[in-house]
Design a protein around this ligand. Structure first.
Ligand code: GSH
Length: 199
């Protein structure tokens, strides 16, 4: 059986949740990190963009589609329609944090992200985690919702050039949640051994 392949740039950004799922589940995969998209890959990738994922059953674009496919394959999805909807809600909420960060291109938009957008979402994430018992976002067990929020918090941890860790500092329950998942051996190993990248 051939290994799955994940094509992305040499960055965490829209691929790191996918990498965390695969690492957590002990799935060996080709982690292809590109500087640019070669013409033949651009043609092959379903929407000409990355991340693009392939295994023996599927060729898939769109980071969130790849995440939910892998969550279902590896038992990290919801058990009921309600759980699946809640997981999807948290996954989409993470995009409402990433997207303005990725598009912030001057001091004013960067500052707005740090003092307004990020705290607004982190406050809500923390409230929901607390209401769910403080350990997991959905269903009292590890799901894609946890991994997706974890990857977002991990992103904040790594953006030292932008002091995003400082933005995270008041959210002690989220930090505790982050530290617990970061200590899972396969996750810790990935964090330790992955390339250091700016994004
Ligand atoms: N909604 C898509 C967005 C994909 C996307 O914007 N990919 C960017 C990198 S993060 C890309 O491939 N840019 C190069 C290009 O469009 O040629 C997803 O979540 O996968």
């Amino acid at each position: 059986m051939s290994q799955p392949t994940l094509y992305y740039f040499d960055a965490r950004a829209r691929a790191e949740t996918i990498r965390f799922i695969l690492k957590l589940k002990g799935v060996a995969f080709n982690d292809v990190r590109l500087k640019e998209i070669p013409a033949e890959l651009k043609e092959k990738a379903n929407f000409g963009q990355l991340p693009f994922y392939e295994d023996e059953n599927i060729s898939l674009s769109q980071s969130l589609a790849i995440e939910s496919y892998l969550a279902e394959v590896h038992g990290l999805d919801g058990n009921t329609a309600v759980e699946r909807a809640l997981i999807s809600q948290y996954v989409h909420a993470t995009q409402d944090v990433y997207n303005p960060y990725f598009s912030a291109n001057n001091e004013a938009s960067n500052l707005k992200f740090k003092v307004e957008t990020a705290p607004k979402y982190l406050t809500r994430f923390e409230q929901h985690l607390k209401a769910a018992g403080g350990e997991h976002f959905v269903g009292n067990r590890l799901t894609l919702a946890d991994i997706s929020v974890f990857a977002l918090l991990d992103y904040f941890h790594q953006q030292t050039h932008n002091n995003l860790l400082e933005v995270l500092a008041p959210f002690t329950l989220l930090i505790q949640f982050y530290n617990k998942i970061a200590a899972i051996p396969s996750v810790a190993e990935h964090i330790k051994t992955r390339p250091t990248t700016r994004l």
